[in-house]
Design a protein around this ligand. Structure first.
Ligand SMILES: Cc1ncc(COP(=O)(O)O)c(C=O)c1O
Length: 365
């Protein structure tokens, strides 16, 4: 008997850097994930430490400690909020809750790949509306791609890996008024980017906003994501959680979620380190640095006519890891670079400059 589901046996072999564990060592500078390099606030650390004595006890079911703090920060009722393990967890939960086999969803590559993977795992069908060369989304193309089976549109706003805002709130309202399915707005970078469509949850029942504690709030290791949406949908998602995964957030995660009270301070700190690192990157004349609304920066390498993947591979030999974004459908001319720790910034810049110079010299020979 074949044990694996067909859809699972068809998955591509592991292509992410996680597969290459041997490359991680103490000295490795990991700039793969758009993490926040700053130290966490003491007030948050203290809350986590205070929880260590209670690890024999199950945490609050459904993450209600965290939900209450999110409710306080967003002014939405707990009935509008659900939490899971990062936005990744929320996306899985959402797909389990709404995707029937054959349902159609729209994604806008190059974009965060989990929208498509979670859909496919539920035997949904993915339609792609590719972004334009300048990374913008043609809303007419998006509307034309909708058919009677389209249940969901996923938008990363701002978008990973292009770093830009794809839709203004006016455009979001236009879609909501002309589409009866669900519009998912992934605001993973909220705090670094100040734009938000969260108020539209009060006005429409076909929008859901996803946010993360991983980026501006600097808690990627504790895996907290949340969704703010209409009560009927949040209640169904909670029902699925209740039946399959009622202790969704562990004690340490729930304790750490106090960080949301300090969102403004944490965001400011991150934005200023990003600004400092960007100006250092700009000193590498051969690269064109593109501003972003996200936790990572982009460097366009096309003016020196070399492939981003060549730079990534040479940097990885020096212990500096940058993500190959081809998995996102991204063209091989962009480097997506996370912000390193302050004390590592110069090392990253020196190595990147040398790698680029060496490749260029090699081409001249
Ligand atoms: C657009 C987008 N959504 C979701 C995620 C995953 O976030 P989390 O760490 O909350 O699972 C990422 C991670 O980088 C992302 O870029």
């Amino acid at each position: 008997m074949k044990i694996l589901r067909k859809i699972v046996s068809d998955l591509k072999p592991l292509s992410w850097e996680e597969g290459k564990r041997t490359k991680f060592s103490r000295e490795t500078i990991n700039l793969l994930y758009g993490e926040n390099p700053l130290p966490q606030l003491d007030v948050v650390k203290k809350k986590i430490i205070a929880e260590l004595d209670k690890m024999n006890l199950y945490p609050e079911s459904m993450g209600y400690n965290t939900i209450d703090l999110i409710s306080e920060a967003t002014s939405f009722s707990d009935k509008n909020i659900v939490v899971d393990n990062g936005i990744d967890g929320v996306l899985n939960l959402l797909a389990k809750t709404i995707i029937d086999p054959g349902d159609n969803v729209i994604v806008t590559p190059p974009t965060f790949p989990v929208y498509a993977s979670t859909t496919k795992l539920m035997n949904g069908i993915v339609t792609e509306v590719t972004l334009e060369d300048d990374f913008s989304l043609d809303i007419n193309k998006l509307m034309k791609a909708i058919n009677e089976k389209t249940k969901v549109i996923y938008i990363s706003n701002p978008n990973n890996p292009t770093g830009n805002i794809l839709l203004t709130n006016k455009q979001i309202e236009f879609i909501l008024n002309n589409f009866s399915g669900l519009l998912v707005i992934d605001e993973c970078y909220y705090g670094i980017c100040k734009e938000t469509a969260i108020d539209l949850v009060n006005k429409y029942d076909n929008i859901i906003i996803l946010r993360s504690f991983s980026k501006a709030l600097n808690l990627a290791g504790l895996r907290i994501g949340y969704a703010v949406g209409p009560k009927y949908l949040i209640s169904a998602m909670k029902q699925v959680l209740n039946d399959c995964n009622p202790f969704v957030l562990n004690r340490l995660s729930q304790a750490s979620s106090i960080a949301i009270r300090y969102q403004d301070i944490l965001s400011k700190q991150f934005i200023s380190s990003k600004k400092r690192f960007k100006s250092k990157l700009e000193s590498i004349n051969k690269l064109k640095i593109i501003d972003t609304e996200t936790s990572f920066l982009l460097a366009d390498v096309s003016k020196i006519d070399i492939k981003a993947s060549e730079i990534i591979s040479k940097l990885s030999n020096r212990g500096i890891l940058i993500k190959d974004c081809s998995v996102y459908g991204f063209e091989d001319i962009y480097l997506r670079i996370s912000i390193p720790k302050k004390e590592l910034e110069d090392k990253v810049i020196t190595n990147l400059r040398e790698v680029v110079d060496n490749i260029c010299k090699g081409k001249l020979k």
